[in-house]
Design a protein around this ligand. Structure first.
Ligand code: CA
Length: 243
């Protein structure tokens, strides 16, 4: 009788402990989706922004924390540093990228992991032009730089007369070869791709350009941004070579 009681007690305690363990494990699972931020690719985030621009979703034009979920992007490399002015262009290893709103100091070729919110900025309602943006400048954003990386120029989109800067390559790495025509009235650099004397591609005046000689041909590597039209942002003078 005594043995049976001891046996039952042991069994009871065993079940109690086991149940306790299982219950404890369950409690430790994240109860809220906001706690675990899923890792997204730049491509995923750009698709999301496009969808919400087309749908005109309220809050997606400002990265409103009450509407737009946090997203996590990894191994983004800075290809144009405008962080003194609150932004950088960054791409991932596939050459796809976007505009990052920042309030931290980043430098060219810094590689970073970031938690933030995607949003769009409309540029031309009639043409359906908008910028793909990602804010890492909000109170619950996180940015951590890792090592300096190599810009994946082998993944850059080659610009031609049939493939000029536009919505299809906005934010992405590009390379083109063109004749330098000089600066336009606003100080942007004009390049001629088909040798007819007319400008086809503009490099934004804020670019870090080397000294250029008019009518000489250059290979230019940069990223497609938007500043009164689609323009190339060149992040370092070493990205330009005379041909
Ligand atoms: Ca031309």
């Amino acid at each position: 009788m005594k043995k049976t009681l001891v046996f039952l007690l042991v069994v009871f305690m065993g079940v109690f402990l086991l149940t306790g363990c299982l219950t404890k494990e369950k409690v430790e699972e994240p109860a809220n989706d906001n706690i675990s931020v899923n890792e997204y690719s730049v491509g995923d985030v750009k698709s999301e922004i496009k969808e919400n621009y087309i749908n005109g979703t309220a809050g997606w034009d400002t990265a409103d924390p009450d509407v737009v979920p946090l997203r996590n992007l990894k191994n983004v490399i800075v290809v144009y540093d405008g962080s003194d002015y609150g932004y950088v262009y960054g791409v991932t290893s596939d050459g796809t990228g976007l505009y990052f709103k920042v309030n931290t100091n980043l430098e060219i070729k810094d590689t970073f992991n970031a938690t933030g919110r995607p949003y769009f900025t409309e540029r031309d309602q009639n043409k359906g032009y908008f910028e793909y943006r990602f804010s890492i400048a909000q109170s619950d954003s996180e940015v951590a730089t890792t090592v300096k990386g190599n810009i994946p120029w082998d993944k850059a989109d080659y610009l031609t007369m049939d493939n000029l800067p536009g919505m299809n390559n906005l934010g992405n790495l590009v390379i083109f070869e063109g004749k330098y025509l000089g600066k336009d009235n606003y100080g942007h650099f004009d390049f001629d791709l088909n040798n007819d004397g007319n400008s086809d591609v503009k490099v934004v005046k804020y670019s870090l350009m080397p000294a250029l000689i008019e009518n000489n041909t250059y290979e230019v590597k940069g990223v497609v941004g938007y500043n009164y039209g689609f323009k190339i942002y060149v992040g370092d003078s070493s990205f330009v070579t005379e041909k």
